[in-house]
Structures are given as structure tokens and as C-alpha cells.
Write a protein that binds this ligand. Structure first.
Ligand code: PLP
Length: 414
């Protein structure tokens, strides 16, 4: 084909190019956390004193040794593209971590470094599911799962968890069809703080094997866990290593949200397909962050325990504070840094200037505008009647937030 013919072909295509958005975008929402972030920012710029409990990131700085490793990488000019699946020493460090923590041995081609756990989820879902496929998501769930599934072109199938937020295996089993490619779980869980027990995970593993699907296991909060609760990765059950895509990252454990680094461990063909998606989108994960991440995994781990124990103190404070407000039902927070509580007792009541408030979104709007405390409505996680707060804030901020919340909730007319 001559160059001229090619140009004409291109011209023809440009002329018939549709100006409408892709139909896939109609099934994808903007993240509600991002939207609330923008609203809080707007109110703060107007001079309002907002207590913000909506953001899911640790309030600690990235530990010094990790920052120094990043600075060293810059000074040593490790500032270029890397291999698409991440640099070998970081993949080796991840393999060691997986062996030590889960007793599962991965090969180098079974690990890929990604631009955050979210990108790892997206690449993993593109790898295992597409047009005509279904992905089961037990809910309440992390806001992004259904949209990431939809972006990958597959259909999210939401299945309610039990009232104590454990997995409803019977409901999952009934939702499985010939199109089911995967189930996504998160443990410890955002938004509920639930840590799945060994029995329910074993039940899901048995289903995955007998009904032939993948489990995408988001373990990003694995180190933020309280009391006697213990993190179990579903990948550790017999026959599950090759059926599980373990997704993890550096954002929460090492307070590195802005470094944008995560990873996945899975069967080599799944990893290869996920890396193809990354190679055609972000090309590689960030080089500097990868050198810092080697230090995060291989360096001293005392900062991880320091942060975890501080979160545990705040967990105790928040759980007690919320439970002391008559009408609020706060579930046991077993891991992660969120409280997910039932506020249904405060709906259907009249609040000054707002009329009768019937749902959690409007209640959160009222609490933000009138009482200056920002929280995520449960509806964002498919759990109307609930509210999520992040306790990744100082004790003073949490104390003020609970005081404002109590005043706001009780300001209804009888
Ligand atoms: N998975 C869960 C459950 C999360 O809560 C988050 C962030 O809030 C992510 C994944 C994304 O993490 P990252 O910053 O590594 O992309």
C-alpha cells in the first residue's frame, strides 16, 4: 500500500469519526471519594474549618529510610524507563516477602510491579475478564471495583455480604454463571474493616476450584490489623496459587500513596497479559519509586509496627466514641483504618434547613455543610444507611470529629 493510499484511508476514517464518547464510559463513574475531596477543598478555600475523615491514606510521612532510597535513586540517575514488569531486584524482594508472609513461592515471571494497587487491579481485570464475562463483587465493597470491572469491559455482579460483613458463600454460589471469570475480595477490608476468617476463605477457594474462576485478592491493608485478627491470603490454600491474583502495594503499609506503586502476583500468563496492558498505558511503573520500594521491603520494618499500633489506638478511640452515640451502631473494626457504622436511626427525621433527611448521602451533605465534618456515605459502597470514616487522622482531629458528629446527628427535630 502506498503512503498516499494510507493517508487517504486515514482521512476517510477521520471524517467519519464519531464525536460521541465511548459507550463503555456510560457504565463508569468518577470515584465518589475524588468528588468529595473536591467539595472539601472548595469549602476550605472559602475559609470553612472542615474536619476531613473521607480520605483513605495514612497521615504519617513516608519513613525516612524509604525517602532516602528514593533520593539516592535520583542522585544516581535511576530516572529512566524500567522494564515493563518492574526492576528485577524489586520483584526479587516481592518474592521474598510472599515466601516469608504467605509461604507461597513465586517465580520472577509471576510477579509484576504496577503503578499502584489500583492499576494492578485494572490490569489484572483486563487480563482475566472482558466482553461477555462477569465478575462477582461481594458488597459493601471498595468504591472502584465495579467501575474497574466495567472499564475492563466485563459486567460487575454485586452480591451482598452477610450482616456482619462476612462472605455469603451461598449467595456467591447462586450468582455464579457460565460467564463468571472472577470474584474480587478485599481483606482486611475497605470500607468495613472486616478481616475474613480462614473458614470462609477456604469455602470461597473450594468454590473457585469446583466452579473454575479466579479470585482477585486485594491485600493492600494486610499489615494494618488489630487484636487477635490474622491475615490469611486465599492464595495459600491448596490449588489456589494459580487461581489467585494477589494485589498489594506500598500506599498503606509504608504510607507511600503519592509514590504510586503496587504489584500483583499470579500465574505467569495472567501476569504477562496484565503487563501488556501496563506496557500500552503507563509503559512502566515509576523508576524512583521502585528503588524506594526495595528499601521498604528489605529495610527495617519498625515503622510499619509503629503506624499499626498508632492506628490501633485510634481504632479503640473511634469505636468507643461512635458506639457511645445513642442510635449509632459501629461494627467491630478488625483491620484497615475505617469505621463503617449504621446511621439508619437518624434517617426520616427533620434537620434545620434540610427538611426530612431520608438517606445517608443527604445526611453526609448536611453534616459537611452544617457541622463541617466530611465523611463518605455508605451508598458509595452500595450500603445505604451506613457512613464510612477514615481514622487516619490525629487523635485531636478524631475527637473533634466525633463531637461534631454527635451534635449534628442529634440536631434533628423530634
Ligand atoms: N484497594 C483498596 C481496597 C484501597 O482502599 C485502595 C486505596 O484506597 C487501593 C486498592 C488503591 O491503592 P493504590 O494507592 O496502591 O493504588
Amino acid at each position: 500500500m502506498s503512503a498516499k493510499q494510507t493517508d487517504e484511508g486515514y482521512e476517510k476514517r477521520s471524517n467519519i469519526m464519531s464525536t460521541n464518547l465511548s459507550s463503555r464510559m456510560s457504565s463508569v463513574k468518577m470515584s465518589p471519594t475524588t468528588a468529595l475531596f473536591a467539595k472539601v477543598d472548595e469549602l476550605r478555600r472559602k475559609g470553612e474549618d472542615i474536619v476531613s475523615l473521607n480520605v483513605g491514606e495514612p497521615d504519617f510521612p513516608t519513613p525516612e529510610n524509604i525517602k532516602e532510597a528514593g533520593i539516592k535513586a535520583i542522585n544516581e540517575n535511576f530516572t529512566k524507563y524500567t522494564t515493563g514488569n518492574g526492576i528485577a531486584p524489586l520483584r526479587e524482594a516481592i518474592i521474598e516477602k510472599m515466601k516469608k508472609d504467605n509461604g507461597v513461592t513465586y517465580e520472577m515471571n509471576e510477579v509484576a510491579v504496577m503503578v499502584g494497587a489500583k492499576q494492578a487491579l485494572f490490569c489484572a481485570l483486563c487480563a482475566v475478564a472482558g466482553e461477555g464475562d462477569e465478575v462477582i463483587i461481594p458488597y459493601p465493597c471498595y468504591v472502584s471495583y465495579p467501575d474497574i470491572v466495567a472499564l475492563a469491559g466485563a459486567k460487575p455482579v454485586l452480591v451482598k455480604r452477610k450482616d456482619d460483613f462476612s462472605l455469603d458463600l451461598e449467595a456467591i454460589e447462586s450468582a455464579i454463571t457460565e460467564h463468571t471469570k472472577a470474584v474480587i475480595i478485599c481483606t482486611p477490608d475497605n470500607p468495613t474493616g472486616k478481616v475474613y476468617g480462614e473458614d470462609e476463605l477456604k469455602g470461597l477457594a473450594d468454590l473457585a476450584i469446583s466452579r473454575d474462576f479466579f479470585v482477585i485478592s486485594d491485600e493492600i491493608y494486610e499489615k494494618i490489623i488489630y487484636g487477635k485478627n490474622r491475615h490469611v491470603s486465599i492464595s495459600t490454600f491448596d490449588g489456589m496459587k494459580d487461581r489467585t491474583v494477589v494485589v498489594n502495594g506500598f500506599s498503606k503499609t509504608y504510607s507511600m500513596t503519592g509514590w504510586r506503586l503496587g504489584y500483583l502476583c499470579a500465574r505467569s500468563d495472567v501476569v504477562g497479559a496484565a503487563v501488556k496492558v501496563q506496557s500500552q498505558s503507563t509503559t512502566t511503573p515509576p523508576s524512583i519509586s521502585q528503588y524506594a520500594a526495595i528499601e521498604a521491603l528489605n529495610g527495617p520494618q519498625d515503622s510499619v509496627e509503629l503506624m499499626r499500633s498508632e492506628f490501633e489506638k485510634r481504632r479503640d478511640f473511634v469505636q468507643e466514641g461512635l458506639s457511645s452515640i445513642p442510635g449509632v451502631i459501629c461494627h467491630d473494626i478488625q483491620g484497615a483504618f475505617y469505621a463503617f457504622f449504621d446511621i439508619r436511626a437518624f434517617l426520616g427525621k427533620e434537620y434545620e434547613g434540610y427538611g426530612v433527611i431520608d438517606d445517608d448521602s443527604r445526611l453526609c451533605e448536611y453534616l459537611l455543610e452544617k457541622h463541617h465534618v466530611a465523611m463518605m456515605p455508605g451508598s458509595a459502597y452500595f450500603a445505604p444507611g451506613f457512613v464510612r470514616i477514615s481514622f487516619a487522622s490525629s487523635m485531636e482531629v478524631l475527637k473533634m470529629a466525633i463531637e461534631r458528629l454527635e451534635v449534628g446527628l442529634n440536631a434533628h427535630k423530634c
